[in-house]
Write a protein that binds this ligand. Structure first.
Ligand code: CDP
Length: 227
């Protein structure tokens, strides 16, 4: 009886740095499911455009990249804190996509309908296989509207910026809280006001506000929804 009731397709959406990846990867591990962070794909295309010197304001040039680029997410080849390797046309860009330039430009790239179409088609194909936790901005609303469980993870911008700041410091990087907060707010603004697949909770999503909760507490709440 019980195993039939565990949702097979689980969608987690929410704004920047709301803890989707932390919670999603823990959940996938606990269930023995695949974890798929769709933000990686938008970041990879943004990095490719910047790296090739293509103007990120040129929607058709960026869309052409999204239609051709081969993005692979494979098990981690190095123990340097990465959850997986991100390969773009065979090149390891795992850390490059976390840089400031990608962070600043990814939301613009994500507004282009052609980019979204190319990437969400691939996401849907992978998601429909089931036994998956997929995280992003539009998974429950657009990519997998038939998901068995939809969670919308939220938190205030100040709390999210603090978490992102602490995460970078823990990796030994340099981070400025005010600058991170500015970028988080700007990314939220672009993500939630774009015409195609804007960030929002699906009507049938369970909304979790994590401001007053630790990562462990959020995870417990999510587990309770699954089991
Ligand atoms: O991890 P973080 O919340 O900072 O962002 P991310 O999940 O890596 O996503 C980076 C950007 O990609 C977002 O700000 C969105 O602009 C875009 N994105 C999207 O439009 N749709 C998705 N399904 C996932 C990401």
């Amino acid at each position: 009886m019980t195993s039939n009731h565990i949702p097979s397709i689980i969608a987690i959406d929410g704004p920047a740095a709301s803890g989707k990846s932390t919670i999603g990867s823990r959940l996938a591990e606990a269930l023995g499911y695949l974890f798929f962070d769709t933000g990686i794909m938008y970041r990879a295309i943004t990095w490719l455009a910047l790296n090739r010197g293509i103007d990120v304001h040129n929607a058709s040039a960026v869309t052409a990249l999204a239609e051709e680029a081969q993005i692979d997410i494979v098990p981690a080849s190095k123990a340097d804190g990465r959850a997986c390797d991100v390969l773009l046309n065979g090149q390891d860009i795992t850390w490059e996509i976390r840089g400031r330039r990608v962070d600043t430009n990814v939301s613009l790239v994500s507004t282009y309908p052609g980019v979204r179409k190319a990437l969400s088609q691939q996401q849907r194909r992978i998601g429909q296989r089931g036994r998956i936790v997929m995280v992003g901005r539009d998974i429950g609303t657009v990519v997998l509207p038939n998901a068995d469980l939809k969670i919308y993870l939220d938190a205030s911008a100040a709390e999210r910026a603090k978490r992102r700041h602490d995460e970078i410091m823990a990796r030994g990087g340099k981070a400025n809280y005010d600058e991170i907060l500015k970028r988080v707010v700007e990314r939220d603004r672009i993500d939630s006001t774009r015409d195609v697949a804007p960030l929002r909770a699906a009507p049938d999503a369970v909304v979790l506000d994590s401001d007053q909760l630790t990562a462990d507490e959020v995870f417990e709440k999510v587990l309770a929804l699954v089991k």
